[in-house]
Design a protein around this ligand. Structure first.
Ligand SMILES: NC(=O)c1ccc[n+]([C@@H]2O[C@H](COP(=O)([O-])OP(=O)(O)OC[C@H]3O[C@@H](n4cnc5c(N)ncnc54)[C@H](OP(=O)(O)O)[C@@H]3O)[C@@H](O)[C@H]2O)c1
Length: 251
């Protein structure tokens, strides 16, 4: 897929580490000029330097700051809504503040960024939107009410917008990974180990065992799917959920 994004500009939210950093590298490798954003300037600068891209520090929970950054980036051809967070809690410990935080970051911010950038894509006659959802957007998981609700909402948004965008040259899809080897998974491992007294290795094995393949996904596997969706020959893939979880959601 070398060169398929030559001349295109891509914005990857949460592109400073984990899945977002892998996607930023993959899109840059295909010729895109990549802009990464997130809160940690150090992480963002390191990635941007390595791919000859640019970095914008922004907290996506801050709507005004997000709008200000979008106003400075210029036209964007590929939008990857990747920034996200998961917090784990039983229902009685799922506070209003936690609910609002997760819904704002995992679905409202992607909605607002998409709404800002889609008109330019339509006007220029080409665009790709890739929403990094989760298999938690397709099924329920324990202690994850807010996260599952947000990821289900992101998939609903993807499907609805696919109808609205079908007569344009802009596609929108959701990628739904299972557990991926990133900081988010390591935080889950630490939480499980602390709560259950299991070792970190045992906790990691229990997460990996949720997949019939008995392993976690790598960030590069998710990046491969995101890049594939940007190809010209992927223009018929629209409003879909690409699940990358070794079959976990089938169990
Ligand atoms: N890891 C998994 O097992 C897994 C599975 C399915 C889906 N996903 C999804 O994949 C996406 C990426 O997650 P990851 O695994 O790569 O986790 P990660 O390593 O924790 O990365 C999360 C990214 O989001 C950014 N971010 C978090 N809060 C932000 C905020 N308020 N404003 C701006 N950026 C923010 C982070 O940057 P800063 O901290 O610098 O802001 C970071 O770049 C998420 O949407 C997640 O839900 C992950």
């Amino acid at each position: 897929m070398q060169g398929i994004l030559a001349g295109k500009v891509a914005l990857v939210t949460g592109g400073g580490r984990g899945i977002g950093a892998a996607i930023a590298r993959a899109l840059a490798g295909a010729g895109a000029r990549v802009v990464v954003c997130g809160r940690s300037k150090l992480d963002l600068d390191a990635i941007a330097t390595s791919i000859d891209g640019s970095a914008h520090a922004v907290d996506l929970l801050d709507r005004a700051a997000t709008d200000a950054v979008l106003g400075t980036i210029g036209p964007v051809d590929v939008l990857v809504n990747n920034a996200g967070a998961a917090e784990s809690a039983a229902l009685d410990r799922t506070t209003d503040a936690m609910w609002d935080r997760i819904l704002e970051l995992d679905v409202t911010a992607p909605f607002r960024v998409t709404r800002a950038l889609v008109p330019g894509m339509i006007a220029r006659g080409w665009g790709r939107i890739v929403n990094i959802a989760s298999n938690a957007g397709l099924t329920g998981y324990g202690y994850s009410t807010a996260y599952c609700a947000a990821k289900h909402a992101m998939i609903g948004m993807t499907r609805a917008l696919a109808i609205d965008l079908a007569r344009t040259s802009v596609t929108i899809n959701a990628v739904c990974p299972g557990w991926v080897e990133t900081r988010m998974a390591e935080e889950a491992v630490a939480r499980i180990a602390a709560k259950t007294g299991r070792s970190s290795d045992e906790a990691r094995t229990s997460l990996a065992s949720m997949s019939p393949q008995r392993r976690m996904i790598t960030a590069d596997e998710v990046a491969h799917a995101a890049l594939m969706l940007c190809a010209h020959d992927a223009r018929g893939i629209h409003g879909q959920t690409i699940v990358i979880d070794g079959g976990a959601v089938l169990k």
